[in-house]
Design a protein around this ligand. Sequence first.
Ligand code: FCB
Length: 480
Amino acid sequence: MTRTFPSDFLWGSATASYQIEGAVAEGGRTPSIWDTYSHTPGRTLNGDTGDVADDHYHRWQADIALMQQLGLQAYRFSISWSRVQPGGRGPLNPEGVAFYRGLLDALIRAGIKPVVTLYHWDLPQELEDAGGWPNRETAYAFADYARLMAREFGDKVTVWTTLNEPWCSAYLGYASGVHAPGRTEPAAALAAVHHLNLGHGLAARAIREELGEDTQISITLNLHVIRPDDAGSPGDLDAVRRIDALANRVFLEPLLGEGYPADLRDDVEHVTDFGFLQDGDEELIAQRLDVLGVNYYSTTRVRAFAGQGEPEQADGHGNSSATPWVGTNGQVEFVQQPGPYTAMGWNIDATGMHELLMSLSARYPSLPMMITENGAAFHDVVSDDGAVHDLDRVRYLHDHIDAVGQAREDGADVRGYFVWSLLDNFEWGFGYERRFGVIRVDYDTLERTIKDSGWWYAGLIQTGQLPEIDPLASGVAPGR
Ligand code: FCB
């Protein structure tokens, strides 16, 4: 059966500022925590940094031309806070603002809807020096910055996304330390969770104060699809409950007006008394969400651990002796899952996409969703003909988009899909060794080449129908 999507389903692709822009010391930009972190020896694979990245800062016009070649209807990108507001406070930097204004205007001229993320992990370093996300003041600074962005770009942005994956900002940044700023302080990580939630609420309110109640607001979460190793084991089911609370419900429930989960507060009682939660905060966090951004890559499998030695930690979130799973005290084990795997070592399981969308839609039936990231890293090869025949990626995208289509048919209100990523780029701690793009970037020449997956995706956008998997056989390679 051919999977068909309606004409108003939004097809796009996503990137993030630090991963593609480069030009880190140009145009008045000041360092973010990712500049500091990536320049700290031993933090990233091969010592890679975002100094040059894809040089998108200088090549954005050509990149928009590539988006047009793919026929993208929307482009999700993030604003570098320290480029538009150096240091994270005070007046805006006109050069930084001009860069994004040029980008937004050109996208609109090209008929591509801008979906703007205000924060994709690159906190201005000065704000980290003042305490970072564990400091409540950061939430207020974020809301001020959001208000200024709304004032500058208000009429140009289709959807405002406050935060990308606050789970990563809080737990990988402040608990396991595999992301910037690289701290390993469990209590601080939970304070960061709260201040990210609060920052979202304050920012959403500020944007609507500037632009009116109709302004479309979203947040993007990396929700975990958590499965018990043994569905008949009460211990394993309790491990699922704990991880669901830390990973998913700690964001979803306050965002959607239910406050923080009581069981989570009990679970982490020995880490924090939630003293950071002030009267009125939960109301502030629960601003109306027009659409929930869902990022999905793979599944998670857990079981209760009562054994000897170290529990297995195959959670896909990097290597650190400090766990991101605050308060679990080694009682939960993350079990290696069956393959196949992507180059990230993440298991490929498109049923998780369907399961996630159906469980969200059962729980929050009136909340529209958009897949703001989905995609895969593989070790791409450039063929003699200069093309990248990335059949693995085509297969991955096919199966996951098919799962989105199935979820829609089963009643989930999913309005769009953004492939991660438009371009190969700086994959955080994994540097340039992990390629997610549907467009290849040659890091020696910065030359771009649309991969077979890109042409395949272009065919899907053009027809609204999921093409055959084999991009060569299917003949959906317009222009190649
Ligand atoms: C997500 C991030 C994105 C990219 C993908 C692979 O967690 O939001 O920047 O790194 O993973």
